[in-house]
Write a protein that binds this ligand. Structure first.
Ligand code: ADP
Ligand code: MG
Length: 452
């Protein structure tokens, strides 16, 4: 029999191309293979990961497992508590395969320069990152990138890493989040003072001060961590003096990180400080198209534009909506979702009603209600079937929107404001007396409110 690890790796690589990147990272790559006897026993890292995996991907999991282990291979997914139970009753036949932690440290292969869409909001950041990747330690040292959440800072850091790994595999590169750096440092101090703290610190220094490139993501979390700041300061100086490249990201510029020691602020500001902003609509559309292409989602352009329009502060959030629409379509058994289905899929996240109320929406709703044309209602015809809807539309516009009567007149083929007043008052009167008119107007109002 083939080595279980090799077989599991095959299953993983199949699954990688079958599910979205997010699902793979969250629920599949993190699986542990506990046993393989009459069936394959897998362990998810939490009950919710187990639930999500089985809910969303049991079909893919079955297919991938069967294609490697043979048809009708049974499998079971346990959560950590169930694993304990299982181990009390069974002794696993094979060596347990833990999820590969080292893989998680690697740069995300999808975060490359090629996959980064450049627009006005991020062009300088992109150019600086690229320059650093092409020539580390020479230009822009340190490079300090700052900007709000989900705007591409981590993507650019990984892009530098991916680029360097390929162009110069011998370079020693370390990418850490601020929390990882802090934890590494705290661990190096040892849990008890007698035991190995000197050795631990030496190891820590050995690791961080012999690097060619150090990247620290989200450095703002160093605020208030005095001794970590102190250690970082020395690491920084050491590397900097050897012309080693330092790249930092943060959600704000150095000066605005509270309790950041002055000398550290001045070190961080000594190179290039570059901000990254939310991309404009066109760039957001291009980013979504790229994402859809990378994840192999079929998403129509009008849906992409709808999402790009609704989210204007965070690209990660925008991408989340894209996956949501895709999953929704899959649940419906369709290849891609229509705009209506997309709105339905996103109704909890996006304020679909946000569409601004305009007189045109009101006019159109009235036209649809009476099955008459937009040109007819705004035109000159005086027949009863047109006049009444026209007056109702005028009434609704003046009631629901705060716009001048003259402007309303213009919308209706340049009628003067006295005609508008007349129509409005006429309907007001009718509504008092006539039950039917009242019902129609209220119906229309609720239809309009549903849209806006
Ligand atoms: P940050 O680190 O600033 O919070 P990330 O780098 O994690 O943000 O980006 C969030 C998501 O948005 C990632 O999936 C990333 O690939 C994507 N993204 C951000 N900017 C761009 C861009 N210009 N082109 C393509 N994808 C982008
Ligand atoms: Mg980030």
């Amino acid at each position: 029999m083939q080595d279980l690890k090799q077989m599991w790796d095959k299953v993983l690589s199949k699954l990688e191309s079958m599910v979205s990147f997010v699902s793979y990272e969250l629920w599949i790559e993190t699986l542990e293979v506990l046993d393989y006897n009459d069936k394959l026993v897998l362990v998810a890292n939490s009950p919710s990961a187990k639930r999500q995996l089985l809910k969303n991907h049991s079909k893919e999991l079955t297919e991938a497992i069967e294609s490697v282990f043979g048809e009708n291979t049974q499998y079971e997914v346990l959560d950590p508590e169930e694993k304990e139970e299982y181990l009390k009753k069974n002794k696993p036949q094979e060596v347990v395969i833990e999820p590969d932690e080292s893989k998680r440290m690697m740069f995300n292969p999808k975060y490359t320069f090629d996959n980064f869409i450049v627009g006005k909001s991020n062009q300088f950041c992109y150019a600086a990152a690229r320059a650093v990747a092409e020539n580390p330690g020479h230009k822009f040292n340190p490079l300090f990138i700052y900007g709000g959440v989900g705007l591409g800072k981590t993507h650019l850091l990984h892009a530098i890493g991916n680029y360097l790994k390929q162009s110069n595999p011998k370079l020693k590169i370390e990418y850490v989040t601020c929390d990882q750096f802090t934890n590494d440092y705290i661990e190096s101090l040892g849990t008890n003072k007698e035991k190995g703290s000197v050795k631990g610190t030496a190891q820590f220094r050995e690791k961080y001060r012999n690097l060619d490139v150090l990247m620290v993501d989200d450095i703002q979390f160093i605020a208030g961590r005095t001794s970590t700041q102190e250690e970082f300061f020395h690491t920084f100086n050491d590397l900097y003096q050897q012309n080693k490249q330092i790249i930092i990201s943060s959600d704000r510029p150095p000066k605005e990180i509270e309790t950041l020691a002055d000398r550290l602020v001045s070190r961080l500001t000594s190179g290039l400080i570059q901000d990254i902003q939310m991309p404009d609509f066109e760039t957001r559309v291009a980013i979504l198209r790229k994402k859809a292409q990378l994840e192999r989602y079929f998403i129509d352009d009008d849906v992409i534009e709808f999402i790009a329009e609704k989210v204007d502060t965070n690209i990660r959030e925008m991408e989340g909506l894209l996956s949501k629409v895709y999953f929704f379509a899959t649940l419906l058994g369709k290849k891609s979702a229509s705009i209506e289905e997309a709105k339905e899929a996103l109704k909890e996240q996006v304020d679909v009603k946000k569409e601004k109320l305009t007189p045109e929406i009101i006019i159109q709703t009235v036209c649809d209600y009476y099955s008459i044309g937009y040109n007819e209602i705004t035109g000159k015809k005086k027949s009863k079937e047109i006049v009444e809807p026209r007056m109702i539309a005028i009434y609704l516009i003046s009631d629901m929107l705060d716009i001048p009567l003259v402007t309303i007149g213009k919308l209706f083929g340049g009628r003067d404001h006295t005609t508008i007043i007349h129509s409005r008052d006429k309907i007001t009167e009718l509504m008092k007396k006539d039950h039917k008119t009242r019902t129609i107007v209220n119906d229309l109002k609720s239809q309009i409110s549903e849209k806006c």
